[in-house]
Design a protein around this ligand. Sequence first.
Ligand code: SAH
Length: 372
Amino acid sequence: MDKNLQEEFTQIIKFQPPLYKQRHQFVKDLVEKYKPKKVADLGCADCSLLWMLKFCSCIEVLAGLDICASVMKEKMHMLSPLPVDYLQPSERSLTVTLHHGSVAHKDPCMLGFDLVTCIELIEHLEESELKKFPEVVFGFMAPSIVVISTPNSEFNPLFSRVMVYRHPDHKFEWSQAQFQSWALETARCYNYSVEFTGVGHPPTGMEKVGFCTQIGVFVRKYPQTGESVQSEKPAEAVYKTVFKAVYPSLKDEKYLQNAVISEVIFTAQIIKHRFMSKRKEYGDDPERKSKFQSSMDCFSNYLEKLVLEKNMEPFVSGNEVHIPLTTIFSFPKVNRLCGTFEKLCKLIAGKVTLSSDGSAVMFNIEHENEEN
Ligand code: SAH
């Protein structure tokens, strides 16, 4: 390396955004590309990557593993659901679990993941742990994708303060050739392909040193392992679960029912309000009523057609206004939440006031009439 250039850069190397953020963004981009449902972060430390990943809507299971329980516990509360998650449960389900244990040991709770991330982990492993690591991750866990990042030692001379390693707990730091030969051998052994990339670009003129953080993305070459293969694997649990959060989800009937009831009442109120104000305007005169029908501008064209063609308009009987359930079911949000008309009827049964034949939501308008 050119000593003059090197000296110039050792003073000014500063990544923007910071390198850890670039690494986490790299994982997030990968998640957005491959859309894994189950993601495990090994050596998750303070759970900051897990926290970022919980917002990726494709993920339904997130797990973290670290050998240091105290560092995981520091900010693990950030992984708990917030009040807004209960007020507006998401359509996807999400479970976040943290385990205390070592990547040198196999535990069945780590089976079935689509993506496993090991960000700045391997350089913290003792020689004996590093030896066991490929068998645990690639042999036992065997996810479709594994991401491993580690410092590139060739970049270190550009940092003025790096004496031996970038962090006192690092057991080694590899050059690009060292990392690539380990990664290629691991990939070959466990039937994965691997591609190399990185984050933290070297300064212009110093491209040869490579990325500050080197990354290997491993993709499994064989199809999903079936139940039969997994059942051969050891069943004893060795990790200790230190945190578990199950997010409220519309996949859970209890939350779905609440959401459907609120949406049905809200939709019925809108229809009723519109109906009552038009009725006040046009009265019950049949000629004027047809004018009302053609001017129901609160509905989309589609819905207006339904109301007219299928006789789904609201009507008044005594002191009650009836809003047909079929009309309510035509509203996209109700429709999407319930899926079928039968499901809608089942979810609101006994929870919303319905007409005696169960075909309409009823509101008493006695007092509204009095006010008029
Ligand atoms: N992945 C984090 C930082 C990792 S630092 C990030 O992206 O910011 C390395 C972490 O690996 C530390 O939290 C350390 O406690 C953990 N670690 C070290 N040896 C381990 C082992 N054998 N098994 C699991 N975690 C380990």
